[in-house]
Design a protein around this ligand. Structure first.
Ligand code: SF4
Length: 325
């Protein structure tokens, strides 16, 4: 049995909110301030139940489909993006849309449109039931074949194997995707890669950070909701490196049997999980005899995305800057 004095928590760096999530949450909060209620959000703004509950308590109304939004109302599209038919439906119903789609998801949409226009078959590597993949697929359904990460590459059929490109969901496992792309290249030697990486900087940095933890910790806890793709990938990255890992929404999910005889616990959070949940887990583990906190070492992130211009203007009008500010 380890002495309590030896026990510690290593905090992954970076962890938690990415620039796309910060922007999406800011959009909802600023829109609520600037325009008031009713304010609708289609689907979860980001995949975290605490974030959604907090906004719901402030008066934001979450809906699954636009049919639930009264004609002419204001609605926000989530960070994961929507297919073009959702934009068309919003226009037909005269909804005032604020788009909180992460710019890095929009980039993949634009790639899909461009390659489809150029006559390419597009293999979209991603989870077919995820909102982001559904949104990208909708940009060019006649050209896109969705390949689930566990899908069978041998069964893929394209009209012209010389005109094929792959794109990916932004939150996939880097290692799994590399393996899938290698297999795709063996099957379709002339397959094109996207112009720039589709797996976003935040996914890459958080996976690298959790991998670093696997060298220092015997157990890894990932704060995040079960429907958060990037959080689930963090668990898988740790597990594939041979370290037990669990996804937890909050402290109630931590089972004492996991930490029995564990000296060092690695702790991280998915891109949609708020830092105050991480702090709650740290305090809870402190109470269980893990008094020391050590920082992980990863890259500092400086990415920031600007607000949609119409919202930036409305927010500025709501909070006019005073002279000298
Ligand atoms: S995880 Fe990446 S793509 Fe998704 S919202 Fe964050 S920055 Fe954007």
């Amino acid at each position: 049995m380890k002495e309590t004095g030896d026990r510690k928590v290593v905090l992954a760096f970076p962890r938690g909110f990415c620039a796309g999530v910060v922007r999406a949450i800011d959009i909802v909060k600023l829109a609520l301030e600037a325009y008031g209620q009713p304010l609708y959000v289609r689907r979860e703004i980001v995949h975290n139940k605490f974030v959604v509950n907090e906004l719901h308590e402030k008066g934001v109304l979450f809906v699954n489909e636009l049919g639930e939004v009264p004609a002419g109302s204001r609605v926000i599209f989530s960070a994961h993006g929507v297919p073009p038919e959702v934009w068309a439906e919003a226009e037909a119903r005269r909804l005032k849309v604020i788009d909180a789609t992460c710019p890095l998801v929009t980039k993949v949409h634009k790639e899909a449109v461009k390659y489809a226009r150029d006559g390419y078959a597009i293999v979209l590597i991603g989870h077919s039931d995820h909102d982001e993949v559904i949104g990208t697929l909708g940009e060019a359904p006649g050209n896109i074949i969705v390949l689930d990460p566990e899908g069978d590459i041998e069964r893929l059929k394209v009209a012209d194997p010389a005109k094929i490109v792959y794109l990916t969901q932004t939150t996939l496992s880097i290692n799994d995707t590399r393996r899938i792309v290698e297999k795709l290249r063996r099957r379709f030697p002339r397959i094109k890669a996207p112009n720039s990486e589709d797996i976003c900087y935040a996914t890459q940095n958080r996976q690298a950070a959790v991998l670093e933890l696997t060298n220092r910790a015997e157990l890894i806890l990932v704060v995040g909701s079960a429907n958060s793709s990037n959080s689930r990938r963090l668990v898988e990255v740790a597990q594939s490196a041979g370290v037990p890992a669990h996804l937890i929404d909050d402290i109630e999910d931590i089972q004492l049997s996991w930490i029995r005889d564990v000296e060092t616990i690695g702790l991280t959070a998915g891109a949609s999980a708020p830092e105050d949940l991480v702090e709650r887990v740290v305090a809870y583990l402190g109470g269980l005899g893990y008094p020391h906190i050590e920082p992980g070492s990863g890259v500092m992130e400086h990415v920031q995305f600007s607000l949609p211009p119409e919202l930036a203007e409305a927010a500025a009008a709501h909070h006019p800057r005073r002279p000298g500010e």
